[in-house]
Design a protein around this ligand. Structure first.
Ligand SMILES: [Zn+2]
Length: 264
């Protein structure tokens, strides 16, 4: 999906990539979706700045995730959330079709460490990351089983590339439309936004009038079923974040990381 670009100021959304999908009942994400099985497509967003270059937000699914969940404890993840990634749908291949090589990327922003957002992370071992270092350190301390209960698959994490920008909770001292934020380049071109609740250390990305909210809301934005709440890291924080996003002015375009469609 190509987006129109205005290269005169700040970061602009250039392309939205669909990178595989999983099947699950819609009601887990949004009460209005009912019990039908739906496709949750994972998205990756390419944003671009005339000086700071191209930044990818999340990777979607990837072959590394398919390999990691073939057998053993991590196969539970795939049983719960069956993943389909068609040939040539990986974000690296889709970027290549747009003649963008990985070394053309200035950074990869990791909104949080759930597998559908970092499923191709081993392929990004030379692209500097912007990531929540405090969350990653905590997740890496967990046993594989405890990590999996937080939706974390440690075998997807390569060494942190040089030039990466580790972020911690304490840095969110600013305010972007009332949300705790961090002005990443100190020029108001890109704000990282704290979006607690869904996952440990989840953050969003704000540029001009686009806000990439990761998994802070799904579907039409209604809250999930009570069972759906169980998959949130912190239910109270999730509801507070959801309310805060609902209160934002409509001029801010909110991008969820998942498109939900009927499963034919
Ligand atoms: Zn998530």
């Amino acid at each position: 999906m190509k987006e129109s670009t205005d290269m005169s100021t700040g970061f602009n959304l250039r392309t939205i990539y669909r990178v595989g999908y999983c099947l699950q009942r819609g009601i887990f994400a949004d009460r209005s979706l009912g019990w039908e099985k739906v496709r949750f497509y994972a998205l990756a967003f390419l944003i671009e700045h005339p000086v700071r270059g191209r930044i990818l937000i999340d990777t979607g699914y990837g072959s590394a995730l398919l390999d990691a969940t073939k057998r053993g404890i991590y196969s539970l993840y795939r049983r719960l959330l069956p993943v389909t990634l068609c040939p040539h749908d990986s974000v690296v291949e889709q970027l290549a079709l747009d003649t963008i090589d990985l070394h053309d990327l200035s950074y990869l922003i990791i909104t949080h460490f759930h597998p559908d957002h970092i499923g191709a992370l081993p392929e990004f071992s030379r692209v500097p990351w912007i990531y929540r270092a405090d969350a990653l350190e905590q997740l890496l301390r967990y046993s594989p089983l405890r990590g999996l209960s937080h939706g974390f698959i440690r075998t997807l994490i390569p060494s942190v590339p040089s030039g990466s920008l580790p972020i911690t909770k304490e840095q969110f001292t600013g305010s972007w439309n009332g949300l705790a934020s961090y002005d990443l380049f100190h020029d108001a071109s890109l704000h990282l936004v704290d979006l607690p609740g869904h996952a440990l250390g989840q953050m969003g990305v704000a540029t001009n009038n686009d806000l990439f909210i990761a998994d802070a809301r799904w579907g039409r934005g209604e809250l999930p079923s009570p069972m759906g709440f169980l998959i949130q890291h912190d239910i109270r924080a999730y509801c507070a974040t959801s309310r805060a996003l609902r209160a934002l002015p409509p001029s801010i375009k909110q991008h969820q990381t998942h498109i939900i469609e009927a499963h034919a």
